[in-house]
Design a protein around this ligand. Structure first.
Ligand code: ZN
Length: 246
């Protein structure tokens, strides 16, 4: 099976359209989204509609939960809070209902785990080997037959590998073949708000038979998104950061 693994769309329509266009040429069997479909950018309804139309399989992220009032917004920074209140006000009922019925994690085809933040808590960030180590031990206990976990939430590409007691971060290249032993934690980066220092959208192609991983980077029309942020009255910092990829 060939999968496209995408994450953190954050209602950025131009980024989502460019990503789905690239995915179309990749002949994938399934598209999996690791959550945060909405929050930050000005097209939550169009992005949810496009997700529904493209048949992607998604889980919920922390921004989706906050926009649905499933969790308090106090834990978000003031700019994220402003965008979340805007999103909650503008999201149509049917799109809220679609987001609400999404699970908070998934095991896909008995092959891999899909989570938003981490395997043990959808809101926890994995930024370091320590977070990866905790994730691997949680996977060994709770998902003994699963060796791959895709996660999002940090908006940064990452690939961690582990044997019994060591963890290594190996995110340097573009393509990898995962070994048949050990565990793997992989972050595709973000579609809608890159924080890798490179403007544009990121996602992964995962080939399950070959155990192949390809990180893909897609340029899109950032200026249009920035114009829409301004027109919607959303915080301008959200527009500016797209030019820098942070
Ligand atoms: Zn996010």
């Amino acid at each position: 099976m060939r999968y496209a693994i995408i994450s953190d769309i954050h209602a950025n329509l131009e980024a989502l359209e460019a990503t789905l266009k690239d995915i179309k040429n990749q002949h994938v069997d399934k598209i999996i989204c690791l959550g945060d479909v909405v929050g930050y950018y000005p097209n939550p309804n169009k992005c949810v509609s496009l997700c529904k139309k493209s048949g992607l399989i998604s889980i919920r992220g922390n921004h989706d939960d906050a926009a649905l009032e499933l969790c308090p917004i106090d834990n978000f920074n003031p700019i994220a809070q402003e965008a979340l209140l805007w999103t909650a006000e503008h999201l149509k009922k049917e799109n809220k209902e679609w987001l609400q019925q999404l699970p908070d994690h998934l095991v896909v085809d008995d092959d891999f785990l899909a989570v938003h933040g981490s395997p043990w808590d959808p809101y926890a960030y994995i930024f370091s080997s320590a977070g990866a180590l905790r994730s691997f031990s949680y996977m060994r206990t709770n998902y003994p037959n699963i060796s791959i976990c895709f996660f999002g939430h940090t908006h940064q590409k990452a690939l961690y590998t582990s044997d019994e007691n060591s963890v290594e971060e190996v995110t340097r290249g573009r393509e990898y073949i995962l070994g048949n032993s050990g565990l793997f934690l992989i972050n595709p980066g973000s579609v809608g708000q890159s924080r890798d220092g490179i403007p544009g959208a990121s996602y992964i192609i995962y080939h399950s038979e070959k155990r192949g991983i390809e990180f893909r980077h897609i340029p899109y029309d950032i200026e249009t998104t920035q114009r829409k942020v301004r027109a919607a009255g959303l915080p301008m910092m959200l527009a500016e950061r797209l030019s820098h990829g942070y």
